[in-house]
Design a protein around this ligand. Structure first.
Ligand SMILES: NC(=O)C1=CN([C@@H]2O[C@H](COP(=O)(O)OP(=O)(O)OC[C@H]3O[C@@H](n4cnc5c(N)ncnc54)[C@H](OP(=O)(O)O)[C@@H]3O)[C@@H](O)[C@H]2O)C=CC1
Ligand SMILES: CC(C)(CO)C(=O)C(=O)O
Length: 296
């Protein structure tokens, strides 16, 4: 399969590297110096793996791809969608946050929803480290089954732990609960994910997750409070030593994905008559930090 990874940063490079190792014809679209390094010595995948592949690497999208995997940060999704118009037969969104698939679908046909719990970071240009083997879950963004999802699932199954699911709306909301429960609290408290498993941070994480579950149900998605809270605690335990992506962004003084995660919850809830005081407070504090740093 011709696979285009659009947004070849940490996660995109890991996904692209694993797909290339599995024999797919991979094109990574990212930015220099990472792209230049890959075009030179190739892409080294370290951490949980140890191999080097030589995918095509460029800074603009090619004319065509069988599959486009979008791995940009949520705030770059609209730009990515415009850049991909007319290129892929099928598009898979793997970024965190809610709304990415809808944005892509405004510009592209056949958009699949996806979640990814593999961990990735880039220590230097041309190198990506897998910091944890997880799972890619993908399927039609409105739920159900499709030939396109089965086709992409088969391509991914050669390279990564992959599940094709018929309940992606529920899975996207459960991932949103996880990210709302973990990312903002760890970013603001400057703590690793495991600090939320017990003690004062645990109730904030649980409350944030419960609020997301209530909003999911208001949107017609059956996500019980207990399922959302269990997912938050389970992932915090499983990634206890991790610095969440939002903590990494705050530590690096980079723009965060608050508007697609905690801010998405806080902004939508009033329109649905749902009270989300914890997410509203966390979103306001993060947005105040971004504003003070000139990031919004
Ligand atoms: N890293 C991880 O372990 C995981 C990440 N995720 C999610 O995946 C998404 C990506 O995360 P991550 O990989 O860490 O982020 P990165 O910032 O490392 O990767 C995104 C990359 O896309 C590039 N990019 C953005 N727009 C364009 C464009 N128009 N053309 C070319 N390149 C572009 C960025 O370049 P530049 O920075 O120069 O703009 C950046 O290199 C996020 O939503 C994150 O929450 C989910 C699970 C795990
Ligand atoms: C699951 C979790 C919270 C792991 O850190 C994540 O997706 C992130 O950091 O963005």
């Amino acid at each position: 399969m011709d696979v285009l990874v659009f947004g070849a940063g940490s996660l995109g490079s890991l996904v692209g590297g694993l797909l290339a190792r599995a024999g797919h014809d991979v094109t990574l679209v990212g930015r220099d110096p990472h792209v230049a390094a890959i075009r030179g010595a190739g892409l080294h995948v370290g951490g949980e793996f140890d191999f080097t592949v030589h995918p095509t690497a460029r800074t603009t999208a090619p004319e065509h791809a069988d599959i486009a995997v979008v791995t940009v940060k949520a705030f770059d999704t609209e730009t990515a969608a415009r850049a991909l118009e007319g290129v892929p037969d099928v598009t898979l969104s793997l970024g965190n946050g809610m709304g990415n698939e809808a944005t892509l679908a405004e510009h592209l046909d056949t958009v699949l929803a996806g979640t990814c719990t593999y961990g990735a970071l880039r220590p230097e240009p041309g190198v990506v480290h897998c910091t944890g083997v997880g799972e890619v879950v993908l399927g039609p963004r409105d739920g159900g089954e499709s030939e396109a999802a089965d086709r992409v699932g088969r391509a991914f199954a050669d390279a990564m732990v992959t599940t094709v699911a018929d309940d992606m709306p529920r899975r996207l909301w459960e991932k949103l609960a996880v990210n709302a429960g973990i990312n903002a609290p760890t970013a603001l408290a400057r703590v690793e994910n495991g600090a939320l498993v017990e003690g004062p941070g645990n109730e904030v994480a649980r409350a944030a997750g419960r609020e997301v579950a209530a909003l999911a149900r208001a949107e017609g998605v059956d996500l019980p409070d207990e399922a959302a809270v269990d997912a938050v605690v389970r992932v915090a335990e499983a990634t206890a030593a991790n610095h969440s992506s939002m903590l990494q962004d705050v530590a690096a003084e980079r723009r965060t994905e608050v508007d697609a995660i905690t801010g998405y919850v806080a902004d939508l809830a009033p329109e649905r008559g749902v009270e989300t005081p914890v997410n509203a407070t966390l979103a306001s504090l993060l947005r105040a930090w971004e504003r003070e740093r000139g990031l919004r």
